[in-house]
Design a protein around this ligand. Sequence first.
Ligand code: ADP
Length: 606
Amino acid sequence: MTTALQQKPIDILQTVFGYKSFRGQQAEIIEHVINGRDALILMPTGGGKSLCYQIPALCMDGLVVVVSPLIALMQDQVDALKQLGIKASVLNSTLTNGEASYIEELMLSGEIDIVYVSPERLNTERFIALLGQCKLALFAIDEAHCVSQWGHDFRPEYTEFAKLKDIFPDVPRIALTATADELTRQDIIKHLRLENGRVFSSSFDRPNIRYRVMPKDNEKKQLLNFIEAEHKGDSGIVYCISRNKVMVIAEWLKNQGYNALPYHAGLDNRLRKHNQDYFIKNDGVIMVATIAFGMGIDKPDVRFVAHMDLPKSVEAYYQETDRAGRDGLPSNAWMVYGAEDIVKLRGFIYKSEADDAHKMIEHQKLDSLLGYAETMKCRRQVLLEYFGEKIAQCNNCDTCLESVTGFDGTVAVQKVLSCIYRTGQRFGATHIIDVLTGKENEKIKGFNHNELSTFGVGQEYNKSQWKSVFRQIIASGLVNVDLEAYGALKLTPNSNKILRGQEKIFLRKETIKEKPAKTKKVESSKRSVFTNPAAEELFQKLRALRLSLAKEQNVPPYVIFHDSSLIDMIVAMPKNLSEMGKISGVGQSKLERYGKAFLEVIKEQC
Ligand code: ADP
């Protein structure tokens, strides 16, 4: 199908969206789409997928139908489009019958350019009949990985979209997702019948995210140090493994003066919704949550994602850290983890009702994540390699920035293994460390462990340094944790090779320093672009204005302007509307609506 071009894509990008140029493959994708062709678009979070159907909606003749399973996200996108003066609507179960009929009329009369619908609605005969009477330009199937039965987000309704090809053979269809793996890609092409479409695939790297992992050592203090040093006043997400821990950490952060809220599946529905809404519509809120939180959160200015515990797999970790920095500004993915996390996660798998084959896969997935956590290589390389992508060293992760090296830990590990053996393979790490460091406590005396040859042979390291050695050998599978025997450590065939001196083992050096590694302050927050305190003050004033405008309209602040636009204003200090119009993210509609108010705040500061 060829449609009459109303306006050029680049003009729309500049005048409506206020952006200077297309990113990555956007221009090519948009051209392909407006030429009436199908496509599968694989792009990382924050890559700019939505523009690939929003711009065609403005330059093609007819309606763009966007299907998405995420109701909150649809509303956010429509709010953002309305701010740009684009005629867009949501059609889902949150509307009354009257409101829905009104939007249907607008669709029929061609008075809206984009409609967002839920998968259920798109599958009803009634809605298909309605679409039959509309002039259609494009179907955009967002979160297209939901069609794959192998993923966690499988939505059976998605498999029915195959019929769109028969019913509307002349209307192009595009599928979009941030899920990279090959199996999902094949499933999308097959089930959505995109065989004749083109695949646009970009790197899944998120270069603005800085990855850091460190040993757990007083986790609350570590978190506080991190937030105080790098993220005061920022929005962030803190992931915890349990509901109880969510409540404890949220309360604790609140007591430290932070605007922190809890979120987990056990909270009352209304409270959960309130907390999510508050997080989205306010600046500087920290959400402390279990993995129940995050799906469909489109907030672009989440400056950090902190993990207080180890997730289950690299996929889960990547998906969770992916929620940081959608706006492309520097952001942090920060994690603390310890041997106890490994024991806990192995325990969950062990106790689960899954069959053995499934459990084995879960263990392997955890192994891959442990490999990431303990790596001495560039973390980004390890992450992307997991998804089949090769990149150069990133210089934006802790291992690149702090150049971690290994050291020959064979003797230390031999001491540990020998101590585990001599104490009968019946004890956990804490007791073994007490024996190694020569602690004469009741338990040790009770078992006569002070008479063993390994008693006190590990004085060269303190407790936290030994913990680091234990964490590394548990992570590498050199010893097993016996989950039926209260976490007792057991030797494995691999440990024998080390004990007999047939193999050497290298450990991460930085985790075994005289003092536990301190969180090195890394200037990665947005403030690194400011050179003086006045700039920070102006940023806070612009943010306050943005928040009050957002509150008046009950929309999230970022639909008015992104942080990146505010930062651009501070750097450029526009003096009039014409200069303001050159700021990235300030299109015509926003310039008319907000230009003057923001200019006034800037003028005052001058
Ligand atoms: P995705 O859906 O791929 O996660 P979005 O479409 O939400 O990403 O885009 C992320 C952010 O980047 C949005 O705020 C969007 O407006 C912005 N953006 C997209 N394309 C461009 C561009 N060419 N120039 C500047 N900003 C862009």
